[in-house]
Design a protein around this ligand. Structure first.
Ligand code: TYD
Length: 209
């Protein structure tokens, strides 16, 4: 979406427990130190409406039909891009965002087994075609990620509670997405030391800043 604004839009993707939040914080600190105005946001739940939607998709007890789930994430995304992300990019901010449409393709597409192209097109319709400048994929084996989440001792949300096969499909889908768009994606091994991961990400962004 650089064509729409002067800012830079970076999204972080990866399985649950891949360390996106840690990397987002390190990145925000680094960019802030360079005098850039940084907006750190996330999906689902990066707007007031989004917080309500997040509560349904992550914490509703009971079933949510796969297509309804896909639409809820797309609705969150539509509102988030229109009211938070696009205005920030137009102001010239750097937007660091935990999860975007690749999450929907991986989780609702490969995870819930909906058609990947339809899921992607739904999000592109929702956001009028908005795509990030850079997407960092923190790649991790789902069993390793599960060990990290277990160590955290927090209750699992609806998606985290899914079986290992689900998370393996999600990972494979992410890797396919990254291979299909190498100019947008940076794939990093999420088991590496967090500081090493941060420097790989900085090196990629340095050219764009
Ligand atoms: P969150 O608590 O933000 O998890 P994480 O720290 O792993 O990012 O929960 C987001 C959950 O929602 C996560 O399990 C992935 C899922 N999700 C989808 O299934 N589809 C989507 O489009 C998005 C944005 C997230």
């Amino acid at each position: 979406m650089t064509s729409e604004g002067r800012g830079l839009w970076i999204t972080l993707e990866g399985g649950d427990g891949s360390g996106k939040t840690t990397q987002a914080a390190l990145l925000a600190e680094w960019l802030g130190a360079q005098g850039r105005t940084v907006l750190h946001t996330r999906e689902p739940g990066g707007s007031e409406v989004g917080v309500l939607i997040r509560n349904i998709v992550l914490h509703h007890r009971g079933e949510v039909a796969p297509r309804a789930e896909a639409l809820l994430y797309a609705a969150d995304r539509a509102h988030h891009v229109a009211t938070v992300v696009r205005p920030a990019l137009q102001r010239g901010d750097v937007v660091i965002q935990d999860r975007y449409l690749d999450s929907s393709v991986a989780y609702q597409g490969a995870g819930r087994v909906l058609d990947a192209t339809e899921v992607r097109d739904l999000s592109l319709w929702a956001t009028e075609g908005a795509l990030p400048d850079v997407t960092v994929l923190l790649d991790i084996d789902p069993s390793e990620a599960r060990r990290r989440l277990d160590a955290d001792d927090k209750p699992f949300d609806r998606l985290e509670a899914e079986k290992e096969e689900f998370h393996t499909r999600v990972r494979d889908s992410y890797l396919r997405l990254a291979a299909a768009e190498p100019e947008r994606f940076l794939v990093v091994d999420a088991t590496r030391d967090p500081e090493d991961i941060a420097s790989v990400i900085r090196a990629r962004l340095s050219v764009l800043l």
